[in-house]
Design a protein around this ligand. Sequence first.
Ligand SMILES: *Cc1c(COP(=O)(O)O)cnc(C)c1O
Length: 378
Amino acid sequence: MKKDYEPDVDIYAWSTFVPEETGIEVQKILKSKWINTGEQEKLFRKKVREKFNIPYCVATNNGTAALRTSLAALGVGPGDEVVSTPYTFIATNTSILEQGATPVFADIQYDTLNIDPESIPDKITDRTKAIMCVHYGGNPCDMDEIRKIGRDYDLPIIEDSAHAMGSKYKGKYIGSTGDIICFSFQVVKIITCGDGGIVATTNEEYYNKLKKYVWYGVDREERDSRSIDPLPDQIDVLGFKYNMNDITATIGLVGLEHIDEAFQRRKEIGERYRKELANCTKIKLLDYSSDRTPNYQIFPVHVENRLEFAKHIQEHSIEARVNNRRNDRYSIFGGKQDLPVTERVDKDVILIPIHADLTDAQVEKIIKTVWEYDKKKL
Ligand SMILES: *Cc1c(COP(=O)(O)O)cnc(C)c1O
């Protein structure tokens, strides 16, 4: 029987990737009586660093917290501006507001849905403290161009990589290069902790700050745990309570053991869609540049008459999801701005389901259903 929160479809837009033995592993940690941030969290960070060639990282209790921690560590505060993308999940930009700063929206590229580097310089003012980009759907942004702007204007770059764990830019994993790179382990991401996040950096100075912002301004690993008063003599940074505990880390560790299976399945399906839907005329695929390897976190496409398309696939029991709306439409971000490409994208992008739980028969059905729409007289 369907639970009341399940949509009335057979093929879901998302799935949650939780390997079989997760429960057993979590139970071991519960029995150990140490469930706070400890050895498991440390091991999780170590494995993430090894897997994705990340020099330094801190773990957080969610991806939004990872973003806010990054902004705080970069000194972004009230009155400051961050040039960002309007086409993303709202967390990218609410994290900027949480720091009392303002997201200033650049426009995006129609073919990738990523921030358009050419649109960034015009948005930079003397209040700008950082540039935020999102590797939308796991397809990496034009990082060479964005980093050049960062160097020219002396601005650090935060990569919201909530979609992009395991994606590569010019042969290198997202997270292994760049300033600050944030990952999420929310329930529909490639692997999940229930909720969790990672802030990766290649800069030791940033790392030392990030550690403090994750836990009340204190580097937990520097505490003298044998002391009757383990806190340092002085706390000079107002940090958050964003640390990842050992229960969360354990769920993530099991996911990480199986992450290649998740990548492989998504890759198979994504490449099949790219091949078999390439010649549609009402559906236009995104452009994945040959120097990038997407992880297929989601599969957004442009579609003619989106509402009709959504109705059509739902009639075939396939869940239709728009995923994101342009963020500037929400009044918390100051209201709609003049962003022509964002305007088009906001009307014509929709997701084709992709996740590790889809069977070959379901993938077949999705492709067939999309083609039926393509041939339909509207
Ligand atoms: C999921 C997501 C986040 C937020 O991550 P949480 O772990 O849910 O806080 C941020 N940005 C993007 C693009 C996301 O998809």
